[in-house]
Design a binder for this molecule. Structure first.
Ligand SMILES: *Cc1c(COP(=O)(O)O)cnc(C)c1O
Length: 338
């Protein structure tokens, strides 16, 4: 299952879903009903699992209407799906989510037994999958193994009841840390996009990032020494400077936390972001970049003439993780598939 939630981690879910399916993914995973609908409206016919908890009744009905598979993790949710199945005279498929230690959504392994017994008696619904999610696959092997150990008896019990389903657990980190949790299906997100979930993962798999984020210089000016740049006057030039303006800001997902901290690549050189990131623009110091001019490509993430800025670098500078950097690239930034 290719996880394409959050607009495929900011990459563009329609194009990336199509690529994943073409490459052999059996299903897609999204977070919400809305994300699933967006894929259906783009003529994606594959199985789509809604990984998040959705609001019951009205939303279950909408999900059924679009042929989206919901996640069920309570007796109440199951009862509502059964009622809907009866109403629609359809055997509605779902996946059961078991919380083995993530502490987010899912039924506890203990309560799962009673629920599975109910499921086995119901013709209105079909349990196509049973899954759990790891909290520390990137950092705590022992805890991951304890989650796996809690998941195993649930699967065994469901099989004993005669249910036929795909068991799944592994996200990218679990896949790379080799915890023997492959089961019938895996759910990678991050690594599909050529990004790695923890330091050292590059020793396990070689990937390269799918995404580059580029803009162009839209304005350029020579300013005297002592001129302040941007809101709050947090930066002033220490010399006569050439300052370029780029049409990208925090409304595009270029975090305000990068104010005064990040670089962009122009003409193959690193240029510091100076002053605060504003909603729609940032300023960069291009003093000493020979020939810097309006229209020059500026790379925010990616490679230019052998120099590279990674999502990980921006994440470190903004105090977050690579996931958040690409997920934050907002909808007003055009995605161009190459
Ligand atoms: C996001 C998510 C994944 C994918 O996680 P990655 O770390 O991106 O591989 C898998 N399963 C669930 C339930 C998720 O929410």
């Amino acid at each position: 299952m290719a996880v394409v939630k959050a607009n495929a981690y900011g990459h563009g879910s329609v194009a990336l879903s199509a690529a994943a399916l073409k490459s052999g993914a059996a299903a897609l995973g999204v977070s919400s009903l809305e994300e699933g609908i967006a894929l259906r409206e783009s003529e994606i016919k594959a199985k789509i699992l809604i990984l998040g908890s959705i609001f019951p009744l009205e939303n279950l009905e909408v999900a059924a209407g679009y042929g989206l598979t919901p996640t069920i993790s309570s007796a109440q949710g199951l009862a509502q799906l059964v009622r809907l199945g009866r109403q629609r005279r359809e055997r509605l498929a779902f996946h059961l989510k078991v919380d083995t230690g993530m502490g987010r959504v899912g039924i506890s392994p203990l309560s799962a037994r009673a629920l599975l017994e109910k499921i086995a008696q119901r013709n209105e619904v079909r349990c196509e999958g049973i899954y759990t999610h790891f909290a520390c696959a990137d950092c705590d092997r022992e805890y991951t193994q304890s989650q796996r150990a809690a998941f195993l008896p649930v699967i065994a019990f469901a099989k004993k009841l005669g249910l036929r389903f795909d068991a799944h657990a592994s996200n990218s980190a679990a896949l790379l840390s080799g915890g023997n949790a492959l089961f019938d299906m895996v759910r990678p997100g991050l690594i599909l996009y050529g990004l790695l979930p923890f330091e050292g993962a590059e020793k396990k798999i070689k990937v390269s990032p799918v995404l580059s984020w580029k803009t162009r210089i839209v304005f350029i000016k020579k300013v005297p020494r002592g001129m302040s740049i941007s809101y709050g006057r947090t930066f002033s030039t220490s010399r006569q400077s050439l300052i370029a303006t780029l049409p990208v800001g925090y409304a595009d997902g270029y975090s305000r936390r990068l104010s005064g901290k990040a670089h962009v690549l122009i003409r193959g050189r690193r240029c510091p972001v100076v002053g605060r990131v504003t909603m729609d623009m940032i300023m960069v110091d291009v003093t000493g970049i020979p020939g810097a001019a309006i229209g020059d490509e500026a790379v925010l993430i990616g490679t230019q003439s052998g120099e590279t800025i990674t999502a990980e670098e921006l994440a470190a500078r903004a105090g977050t993780i690579n996931y958040e950097i690409t997920c934050s690239i907002s909808s007003r930034v055009p995605r161009i598939v190459v």
